[in-house]
Design a protein around this ligand. Sequence first.
Ligand code: ATP
Length: 201
Amino acid sequence: MRLGLFGGTFDPPHVGHLALAEACREGAGLDRVVWIPAAVNPHKQGRDRTPAADRLAMVRAATESHEHFEVSDVEIAREGVSYTVDTLREIARQRPGDELFWIVGGDSLASFPTWRKPEAIAALAHLVVYRRGGHDLDTGALPGWMEGRYTVVDGPALEVSSTEIRQRLAAGRSVRYLVPDPVLAIVRERGLYRTPPAPRR
Ligand code: ATP
């Protein structure tokens, strides 16, 4: 099967993530999209994060109504910094018959060559790049070997981020319709995001 893999911190998951995953599923003809919450995102080390168990529960809640979405705890179970190359090697071992697609937001494409072992990543999975609202992608500095290794999928620009949602919640403001209702239920039950985010180090 054509298996999409969508990694993120998902702190919390929001409608921007859902729109991206759905557009990539449809646009790249994927059979399933596996959401993979990171233990520690290599690009966000040193930041305060919501406990992995809470983020995992929220991702499950966000995706449970979609028959083609699933959630994997490979990165959370592995602990430590979540490098995509390690995740892909593990999934390729677990699902040898599947064709793998790694989904990224268009804003992440330019930095892709700086990730750990980008050529190994691209050998294990085809990249699917989500372009928000037809904004130009920054492809100028991509190395030649990336040619033909990624597919661009277009979708709407939903200007929402987990950062903004954490800030709204800490200020006691509504995030209804920015996160799915089942995610909001977990936020309320577990009392998440009540305090302002710690300053970024
Ligand atoms: P934060 O605000 O905490 O940095 P975030 O909202 O960017 O988080 P991540 O979990 O880091 O969320 O994002 C995972 C992936 O989703 C990334 O590839 C990112 O580019 C993409 N993404 C995040 N928000 C949106 C959005 N509103 N529309 C489309 N893609 C998004």
